[in-house]
Design a protein around this ligand. Sequence first.
Ligand code: PMP
Length: 416
Amino acid sequence: LVPPAPVLPTPVRPDPLGVLGVPGEINLDHAASAPCARAAADAVAELLPWYASVHRGAGALSRRCTLAYERARQSVADFVGARPDDHVIFTRNTTDAVNLLARALPAGTTVVTFGGEHHANLLPWPRGSVRLPVPDSPAGAVRSLAAALGELARDARPGLPVLVAVTGASNVTGECWPVAELARVAHRHGARILVDAAQLAPHAPVDLTALDVDYLAFSGHKLYAPFGAGVLAGRADWLDAAPPYLAGGGATSHVGAATHEVRWATGPARHEAGTPNLLGAVALAAVCEALTAADRSALHAREQALLARLRSGLAALPDVVELRTFGPEAPRVGIVSFVVAGRDSAEVAAHLAARHRIGVRDGLFCAHPLTRRLLSEAATRSARTDLPATALRASLGLGTTAPEVDTLLTALATLP
Ligand code: PMP
């Protein structure tokens, strides 16, 4: 039952994005924030000497920065398969992107979510939103959404706008939600759909057109770019009709002398008041370009092999119980949450860091309703009465190696 022998982590990271890392430190916490890709670091280094105001100045530096910022927007638009009339708005992160859309909803919009969401896709929505129970299969999610939307259109709020807001891949279990099917159901009922792609975008192509979804939100810092830049991409009409997310310079086309005499800009500028995060946007776009150029099916296959190695290794440890929403075979990205029966998760995480230089996350992962439910389901499934109240999460990235996975498994097999 003991997993394969440990092999020391190699500093060589044979991934096409050249993800940076610290030799000897095993980072298995990519779902929180991924390390920086070489492409992002290079893009920032190249632009730093030119660093000047965006959209403001007539000087050569400023014009170059404006161009770089708008090129970054185009690269992101290409990365997300934006339709010609979609907007790509730079935000701080996914949370900011979802909050922006929440403020842009037409009056009377009902938002429908599942209880399996990250707090960023649960808490911004207005009162009266519908939270569907966590389904036990992807097909169950589709059925449950169809029933809820049917009811809303028929009886509860006929004629009013509806937005379905779902995760692309769970930050707790890594399980992929059936986004394209949910989009079909939403559209059949006249609703729109937002996909929280914070965890999906780093692992799989996210394409507004191919998935036929209306909005996508994701974070640069989970996509191998530095902190501080995220994206909301999607349909322009609600965004152009909404009050600006922030009121201020850059979001206006005319401001008069009288109080409140203001015409707001349309387009992304309407929601990007203030000096934008040029370096963040450029770094994020550089990663988008590098990922577009990479062989994503090869990256996917590599990650799936590592994930299978991790999950089968965990399954072989008698005290480890995996958390999951759907069946064990449901498609996943490289994220696994689990508990070690009889062990406090925070203590296990601290031990992994102190003894083995392995970084994992412990807690409820900003998805309290889901993680609590999955912990109680894991107790029932495993018939263990000694499961802890919080979980551990290991998440893989482009730089993760098989020896790193094995080191984690060995460390868990030999907990003192
Ligand atoms: N949604 C999901 C699925 C996430 O995993 C996260 C980050 N843990 C967020 C939203 C929020 O992302 P950020 O903290 O970058 O705003």
